[in-house]
Design a binder for this molecule. Structure first.
Ligand code: ATP
Length: 284
């Protein structure tokens, strides 16, 4: 989708200003060839304050989409709307359409608990349960009834820890507390916990911001491997990280999705002035 020339300056039109809104057309193609999630005209409000303005974006199968932009631009708000985490915030309202495999996730009849297994989330700060390493991973499959017996559960715990690249480090101490692991290991344990319930999409909100550079590199490598099986949307403050892990990048500004496109394109040849200003460090 190509926007009008005057939009490329980032300036608001007089009509937008008069209406008190500033929903800007997105530069670039916000669709994915093989979409898993399809978001159209999504608005998010906190009470009377609008945090997201008419955002349309697909998350494709087997791709990593990164969401970047200055602090407060709405990246986390948009990410949280993808598995209805915003439902837990009083006064938060989401309108528009968000579909997962063709199903509206905000349909009244849809239970958000199984939805959050299908669209899992990894947070900024590793947050293992105060339970053993084994129990951290086994908890989800058990409450969702995904296995029939202990042997199957053991197998699923091992497979999830393998996929999260943690098995070799923890296989001899599965009964020890998850909170006793290093920060990077804890984050991989949280990823194993998310994977264990077979999600289709994994949302990551600055998953490496609490990690040192070595742990960050391990998690970034893992994100690339996870792409084989899952769709991933990641919020990051690090443009280097977005460039390393994602195939597509979405640039947000004041609640608008300004530009989206192939990651190397966004970083080498941004079309919108606001994107260019941000990636060249002029603001943000
Ligand atoms: N629970 C909330 N209640 C009211 N307003 C909120 C709430 N959470 C976020 N906001 C507001 O919504 C806007 C977008 O915030 P959000 O946290 O989504 O931005 P962000 O781009 O993820 O920021 P950061 O990079 O600093 O984490 C901001 O103006 C913020 O103050």
């Amino acid at each position: 989708m190509v926007e009008a020339i005057d939009k490329a300056t980032g300036a608001m039109s007089s009509a937008e200003l008069a209406g008190g809104q500033h929903s800007r057309a997105t530069v670039g193609d916000f669709t994915a060839a093989d979409p898993r999630m399809v978001c159209r005209d999504v608005d998010v409000w906190y009470g009377s304050k609008q945090a997201i303005h008419g955002v349309s974006l697909d998350i494709g199968k087997n791709e990593v989409v990164s969401m970047i932009g200055p602090s407060g631009c709405g990246k986390s708000t948009f990410l949280r709307s993808l598995n209805r985490m915003n439902d837990t915030i009083v006064g938060c309202r989401v309108t528009g359409s968000i579909q997962l495999d063709g199903q509206e996730i905000y349909d009244k009849g849809l239970d958000p608990v199984p939805l959050r297994a299908r669209v899992g989330m990894v947070f900024q700060k590793p947050n293992p349960f105060p339970k053993s390493i084994y129990e951290n991973v086994a908890y989800g499959p058990r409450i969702h009834g995904l296995t029939n017996n202990k042997a199957e559960l053991d197998e699923l715990v091992e497979a999830s820890l393998q996929k999260a690249g943690l098995w070799n480090e923890v296989k001899d101490r599965l009964d020890q507390p998850g909170t006793g692991l290093s920060g990077g290991q804890q984050q991989r344990l949280c990823i194993a916990r998310t994977i264990a319930v077979s999600p289709e999409v994994i949302l990551m909100d600055e998953p490496c911001s609490a990690l040192d550079p070595i742990a960050t590199a391990i998690v970034e490598e893992l994100i690339d491997e996870l792409r084989q099986n899952f769709s991933i949307a990641i919020v990051t403050h690090s443009m280097q990280q977005a460039a390393r892990v994602s195939q597509r990048t979405a640039y947000f500004h004041l609640g608008d999705l300004i530009e989206v496109g192939e990651t190397n394109h966004i970083f080498t040849n941004p079309q919108h002035k606001l994107t260019e200003d941000y990636i060249t460090g002029r603001f943000g």
